[in-house]
Design a protein around this ligand. Structure first.
Ligand code: SF4
Length: 110
């Protein structure tokens, strides 16, 4: 299994995402994509945005720099089924972006 060090492109992109969010990039944190209809809606929108339009994609996905708290559950990348811990990476095909364990998005899945 490859480690974080083996993906040198991830760190600068992760830092860019973090800086956009710290600078106040607005993202669609809600409504959350808990039901199939909402999930499909968000995924279809993501599929229609070119991969290089990263700011737009994290906006649609509703990225935050902290876990989203819902009904006693902390929705964080580190507990999401798409999170690759060895790489600190989101492997959801529509995202495929470096993240951090305590970030979150509305496509979170356990
Ligand atoms: S899908 Fe999961 S791992 Fe990917 S950004 Fe959203 S919460 Fe994080």
């Amino acid at each position: 299994m490859q480690t974080m060090e083996e993906f040198p492109g991830d760190a600068p992109l992760r830092a860019r995402l973090e800086n956009w969010l710290l600078a106040g990039l607005r993202t669609e944190v809600e409504p959350r994509a808990y039901d199939l209809e909402m999930q499909q809606s968000v995924l279809t929108r993501l599929q229609n945005v070119p991969a290089e339009e990263t700011a737009k994609r994290i906006g649609i996905a509703g990225f935050t720099l902290h876990p989203y708290a819902a009904e006693g559950i902390e929705e964080a990348c580190e507990t999401c089924m798409y999170f690759l811990s060895h790489r600190q990476f989101c492997a959801l095909p529509e995202l495929m972006l470096p993240v951090r364990p305590d970030w979150s998005c509305r496509l979170w899945r356990i």
